[in-house]
Design a protein around this ligand. Structure first.
Ligand code: HEM
Ligand code: ISQ
Length: 154
C-alpha cells in the first residue's frame, strides 16, 4: 500500500514537536541506542575517551537531528513519489561513513527501535499505533537506501 497523506501528516507533526526539544531528545535517542545495544558504544567517536554520554556534544546533537529530519523527509518523498530518494552525494557519504564505522544491517533495527521510542516519549498522548507504522515505514525505506549503498561499496 502506498504512503498516504495522513501518514505523511503524522510524521510531519511528530517532527514539529521533536524540533522544540532537540537537546534532550537527541540525548535520549542516543542513550536508547546504547541501552538496546551496549556494544554499539565503541563505534561512536563521542564516547571515545569516556564512559559517560556527553551531555552537550554538538556532533552528537547534529547527527541525531539529521536522523530525525531525514526520516521526516523520507515520509514526504514516499507520499509524493512512492519511494525514498536520497541525494547521491549524501547517500554515498552516509554509506561510506557507516561502513567505515563497522555498522552492519541488524544495527538498523536497533536505531529504529530507539527512534520509535524517542518519538513515542516526546509525543505523549499524541502517539498512536498509526504514527508508529508511518514513522517505521519512512525509516525502513531510508535505512534500505543506506544499506544498499553500503552493500554496493563493500
Ligand atoms: C554517523 C545518519 C543509521 C552509527 C551518522 C551521521 C549521520 C547518520 C547523518 C553523521 C555523518 C557525518 O557527518 O560524519 C544515519 C541515518 C541512519 C543511520 C539516517 C538510518 C536511517 C545508523 C546505524 C548505526 C549508526 C544503524 C549503528 C548503530 C553511526 C556512527 C556514526 C554515524 C557510529 C559516526 C558517528 C561519529 O563517531 O562521528 N549517521 N545513521 N548509524 N552513524 Fe548513523
Ligand atoms: C548516528 N547515526 C544514527 C543514529 C545516531 C544517533 C545519535 C547520534 C548519531 C547517530
Amino acid at each position: 500500500m502506498g504512503f498516504t497523506e495522513k501518514q505523511e501528516a503524522m510524521v510531519k507533526d511528530s517532527w514539529e514537536i521533536m524540533k522544540k526539544n532537540i537537546p534532550q531528545l537527541s540525548l535520549r535517542f542516543f542513550s536508547l541506542i546504547l541501552e538496546i545495544a551496549p556494544a554499539a558504544k565503541n563505534m561512536f567517536s563521542f564516547l571515545k575517551d569516556s564512559n559517560e554520554i556527553p551531555q552537550n556534544n554538538p556532533k552528537l546533537k547534529a547527527h541525531a537531528v539529521k536522523v530525525f529530519k531525514m526520516t521526516c523527509e523520507s515520509a514526504i518523498q514516499l507520499r509524493e513519489k512512492g519511494e525514498v530518494v536520497v541525494g547521491e552525494t549524501t547517500l554515498k557519504y552516509l554509506g561510506s561513513v557507516h561502513l567505515q564505522k563497522g555498522v552492519i544491517d541488524p544495527h538498523f533495527e536497533v536505531v529504529k527501535e530507539a527512534l520509535l521510542r524517542t518519538v513515542k516519549e516526546a509525543m505523549g498522548e499524541k502517539w498512536s499505533e498509526e504514527m508508529k507504522e508511518a514513522l517505521g515505514e519512512a525509516y525502513d525505506q531510508l535505512a534500505a537506501a543506506i544499506k544498499a549503498e553500503m552493500h554496493a561499496e563493500a
